[in-house]
Design a protein around this ligand. Structure first.
Ligand SMILES: Nc1ncnc2c1ncn2[C@@H]1O[C@H](COP(=O)(O)OP(=O)(O)O)[C@@H](O)[C@H]1O
Ligand SMILES: [Mg+2]
Length: 295
């Protein structure tokens, strides 16, 4: 299957962006507030090119009970590598590098179209209302029992004053690809704020620190296709991934530097299970596993 055309970031190719991120001079401009880990907003400059980026030093990672300490940056890079192997380009260029606070991950900053991102505010807007940029939002809360045309139901949510509303996400092919990627990388934290629509119609997912656990950790808002058959392109991509993850391939060798052998085996296992089932995974419990807070 031919890879979709990649849109170079203002003149730099994907590989060029990786070089810039890995080798450029990193200048920390500030800290992103409200993040659970240290997330530093920076610029990175290399051979006359400069881009905004995030730098998450390993030293600033919050310990988690279910992940080994100091491994989140590597998981972010592993998620990028797998995304690249799909050809879908869903994760911004991400590298491991040294920085002013020690080793960490460095990722291209995506200037998101805020108006098109998560809209779980229950502000009275109807699902399907276009955002300020003319594109529909990706998430919404609706009063109805069923999602409207073009929407997929996630779950019912308490919205205060004893009221419940239906959480829905757009029936959007970009989100559907992301749902497949999340199932593959076992994403434990796909929330609304991690969906970044970029100018030009691309959609990126960010924040992939809690991924690749060997145990099932899929927690996501993108349950709308649960149990539905995978698209033809997803089946093809899973076939590519299966071959790409064979021992000795460049991808498997790279991933072995970033995650454990048990996690790499579990990754192969998830790809195999998805291919065999031929459909999107379903929540394992009675309720879909939703990240908290969802946005
Ligand atoms: N590559 C990126 N492009 C644009 N914004 C980003 C990027 N990475 C992080 N951010 C912003 O920083 C916030 C915190 O980053 P996140 O990856 O969620 O950190 P944490 O690991 O603490 O959960 C995000 O919600 C988003 O607003
Ligand atoms: Mg986060």
């Amino acid at each position: 299957m031919p890879a979709p055309e990649r849109i170079p970031s203002r003149g730099l190719t994907e590989a060029g962006l990786r070089t810039l991120l890995a080798q450029g001079e990193l200048t920390v401009l500030g800290r992103v507030r409200g993040a659970s880990n240290a997330v530093l907003y920076c610029t990175v400059a290399y051979e006359g090119e400069e881009r905004p980026c995030v730098y998450k030093p390993v030293a600033g990672e919050q310990p988690l009970w279910d992940f080994p300490d100091g491994t989140l940056a590597q998981r972010e890079v592993a998620a990028y590598e797998v995304s690249e192997a799909t050809g879908w380009g869903l994760v911004p260029p991400t590298v491991l590098r040294e920085g002013p606070y020690g080793p960490g991950m460095c990722q291209l900053w995506i200037e998101a179209d805020e108006a098109d991102a998560a809209d779980g505010s229950d502000d009275g807007s109807e699902a399907g209302d276009p955002g300020a940029h003319g594109l529909p939002p990706l998430l919404a809360l609706v009063e109805d029992e069923k999602p409207g045309e073009g929407w997929k139901a996630v779950c019912f949510a308490e919205v205060g004053e004893g009221r419940t509303a239906l959480l829905v996400h757009a029936d959007d092919p970009r989100l559907r690809r992301l749902a497949v990627l999340d199932a593959v990388i076992n994403n434990g934290d796909r929330k609304g704020g991690h969906l970044l629509p970029a100018p030009g119609g691309r959609l990126y997912g960010i924040d992939h620190g809690v991924t690749f656990n060997a145990d099932d950790k899929l927690r996501t808002l993108l349950w709308g296709w649960a149990g539905e058959p995978l698209t033809t392109e997803a089946v093809e991509v899973l076939g590519l991934l299966s071959a790409g993850l064979e021992p000795g391939t460049a991808l498997a060798t790279r991933l072995a530097e970033l995650i454990t052998m048990a996690e790499l085996d579990a990754l192969r296992g998830r790809v195999a299970v998805l291919r065999e089932a031929g459909c999107h995974p379903q929540p394992s419990g009675e309720w879909p596993a939703i990240p908290w807070p969802p946005v």
